[in-house]
Design a binder for this molecule. Structure first.
Ligand SMILES: Nc1nc2c(c(=O)[nH]1)N[C@H]1C(S)=C(S)[C@@H](COP(=O)(O)O)O[C@H]1N2
Ligand SMILES: [Mo]
Length: 432
């Protein structure tokens, strides 16, 4: 459905624009709907007309001085449930992943302590004073960099997502929709402002030989995680990242340095980076043959399919984030694409029968998370809500059924199908 024209909207202030109570994306801003306090307002649990004038009873926090300063801040004690989730692997405690609780966060930037983690053999302890980065292979001058040397290079910052190729895989492959939260299904995804040196600057300094067309990046962890990256991408927007949301990259994210390969699958973003070798053709390392290649219906495997497709999910409401009675809500979630900017997110509350355009949070940054929002007046009837994103290349997020026809059963890497949530009459949300 095209976005309604402004005139239509002004006349229909607060009127549904799509089935099952979806309101215009700017209805909140234009005063088309009120939560409480006016004739015809929608009721929301927890908002009511104040019976007493404000300020007569000062809360306890106003009666004594607050606590003093702290050297490094932490979240409020009452936010203790907003944490990464993981299952401990007793035999290999550092192998596996932890997940970002997107259903409990808002905005687009992931706090550093909640960035998802994916380690193939734990988090190494690296002394930045001892750490070196090597650039060698098909170059005129093999180079070795210390941290001190790197700190003198020009830096730049970019807000970008990192997503594991295995993210949302359970939604692709499970026979029944997983009974799990946004965190459990889509939590191998985070977004930060990364700061560092364009890799192209360092590769140019080493002097790229004409027959070099790929690079190999290797980490200094016990997995020696290594992946091949096309030279074209390495010379484009690939960053040698040293900072994450303003502070030195966390140990879990690759301290003291990692590659940031915007829009490409997570495992190319090699952490604890120790060497880059320029090669002719890809290296076919263990991490890109046994893993991270996708099984096709004819039994062959697809390799080096690197860009994440356009994708989105609704975080509120979602599994475990239930509705508390009929009335007004904001449907909100995240959209992103490995190919560039998000241009449109449509939301349906009637199982895909009709759609309304959501408002997109500004600025819309390419290859970064974009927050979408849409007001919804829930009648208290059963509903199925879902979101469908489009990117600037014109890619549209597919349904699960359409996505699955392209791959062998059981293949779940790089899944970007539409996520449906069913809302029951009691407001309980499940995955369908
Ligand atoms: N050296 C090294 N780099 C690595 C990994 C690893 O195990 N070792 N895991 C990769 C995978 S599979 C992903 S999805 C991303 C995850 O980055 P994060 O842990 O910062 O979220 O790092 C990639 N880089
Ligand atoms: Mo990954």
């Amino acid at each position: 459905m095209p976005p309604p024209k402004e005139t239509e909207f002004t006349e229909a202030l607060g009127e549904p624009v799509a089935g099952n109570g979806l309101l215009h994306r700017r209805a909140f801003l234009r005063g088309g709907v009120l939560f409480a306090g006016a004739a015809g307002a929608v009721s929301v649990a927890g908002v009511s007309i104040a019976a007493n004038p404000i300020g007569i009873d000062a809360p306890p926090s106003m009666l004594a001085p607050g606590r003093p300063f702290s050297p490094y801040g932490s979240p409020a004690a009452t936010e203790a449930a907003v944490i990464r989730s993981f299952t401990l692997n007793e035999r290999a405690p550092g192998t596996g992943s932890s997940r970002t609780p997107h259903h409990l966060l808002n905005g687009t930037i992931t706090p550093n302590g909640l960035h998802f983690e994916r380690h193939h053999n734990g988090v190494p302890t690296i002394d930045p004073a001892e750490h070196r980065l090597y650039i060698h292979g098909l170059v005129d001058r093999p180079l070795v960099f210390s941290m001190d040397a790197l700190m003198r290079y020009p830096m730049e910052s970019m807000i970008r997502f990192v997503e594991c190729a295995g993210n949302s895989g359970a939604a692709a492959t499970a026979l029944n929709p997983p009974r799990n939260t946004v965190q459990g299904i889509h939590g191998l995804l985070s977004c930060s402002e990364w700061t560092g040196i364009r890799l192209a600057v360092l590769l140019d300094e080493a002097g790229i030989q004409p027959d070099a067309n790929w690079i190999l990046a290797e980490g200094a962890d016990a997995a020696a995680m290594s992946r091949s990256i096309p030279l074209e991408k390495a010379m484009d927007d690939t960053l040698l990242a040293l900072y994450q949301n303003g502070e030195a990259i966390r140990p879990e994210q690759g301290y003291p340095m990692r590659l940031l390969v915007p829009g490409f699958q997570g495992n190319l973003n090699v952490k604890w980076l120790r060497r880059i070798e320029l090669t002719n053709g890809p290296t076919h390392t263990k991490d890109e043959t046994s893993k991270y290649s996708e099984l096709m219906p004819d039994g062959t495997a697809r390799q080096f399919w690197l860009e994440h497709g356009v994708k989105s999910f609704i975080a509120r409401p979602s599994y475990g984030v239930n509705l508390s009675g009929p009335g007004l809500y904001e449907i909100s979630g995240l959209a992103w694409s490995g190919y560039g900017r998000i241009t449109r997110v449509e939301v349906s509350a009637d199982n895909g029968a009709s759609w309304a355009d959501a408002a997109l949070g500004e600025p819309i940054v390419p290859k970064a998370l974009t927050r979408f929002r849409l007001p919804w007046e829930w009648s208290g009837q059963e509903a199925v809500v879902m979101s469908r994103a489009t990117d600037e290349r014109g890619n549209v997020q597919p349904t699960r059924d359409v996505w699955r026809t392209d791959f062998a059963p059981g293949q779940g890497y790089m899944y970007n199908g539409i996520q449906n949530w069913a809302v029951s009459a009691t407001g309980e949300v499940t995955n369908v």
